[in-house]
Design a protein around this ligand. Sequence first.
Ligand code: C2E
Ligand code: MG
Ligand code: MG
Ligand code: MG
Length: 279
Amino acid sequence: YVSKRKKCTVSVYDAAKRQFREEHLSLLGDLKEALNQEQLTLHYQPKVALDGSRHCEAEALVRWEHPVRGFVPPFEFIPFAEQTGYIREITHWVIARACIDGAELLAAGTPVRISVNLSTRDLLDAALPAFVDSCLTMAGLPKQYLCLEITESGVMEDPDRALETLHALRNMGMALAIDDYGTGYSSLAYVKQLPVSELKIDRAFVKEVVESEADAMIVRSTTELAHSLGFKVVAEGVETQEISDKLHELGCDFGQGYFYSRPVPLAAFAAWLRKYQGL
Ligand code: C2E
Ligand code: MG
Ligand code: MG
Ligand code: MG
């Protein structure tokens, strides 16, 4: 009986694996098309200064509008793109688009620094800094309007090569941010060795910061340490006024989340920005 059950489990597993493989094979073809046919698009979400200064930055978040599957969220295709090597093309597309959009916002009188997410593989690409530079030049965007978000786990994969890429970007004058801080085996002792200027505290510590003394203490002490190391602190996933107020009280510099704005297409973001800046 045991062996029969085992066999049964294996075949179900195989079938599931095959279906997974087939679905991903077709997704792979589709991803190629997506890049060729401009099915990718960027949405923008503000990172808002909590000191009331009306200063803000923005994060570019990729979306895939698939003709049949509809809207495919990044967590469904970014990991897959990483495994298949397509991530490089996606990252290139995202950086180029973000520079063009940034230049448009600058020309419209609403300059804003835009952050782009890098994945692990991007950090191993020695040609990335030169690519970023050429995108800035082509778009006519001054480099202070671009920031790159990385995760610690991304750096840990191959620290030597990743650090080389990061230092090259930093030497170009690019701003770098640590994303999702607190989720991995992160420690500020490690982060302080990275050439970054911004720390984004993960939503996991933010969502209950009003109710949970422990979370509030984590946010406060992380913020204090980060400040003493010279980092700016951004809190992710701010969904209410109460959370926003609490984060300000705890010393965070910026908040990002649905409370200020959901990620929206460029035109809607530009409209939000004008209103926010009182134009
Ligand atoms: P992330 O970089 O940490 O981005 C923040 C995510 O939190 C976004 O999800 C955003 O829509 C979501 N979010 C923002 N405010 C709130 C809030 O108040 N509440 C909640 N519950 N969620 C909020 P999204 O757009 O689905 O992206 C997920 C992840 O996919 C990103 O996490 C990032 O790691 C990755 N990603 C997105 N765009 C790109 C890209 O262009 N390249 C790469 N390599 N990764 C990307
Ligand atoms: Mg991010
Ligand atoms: Mg994040
Ligand atoms: Mg996150």
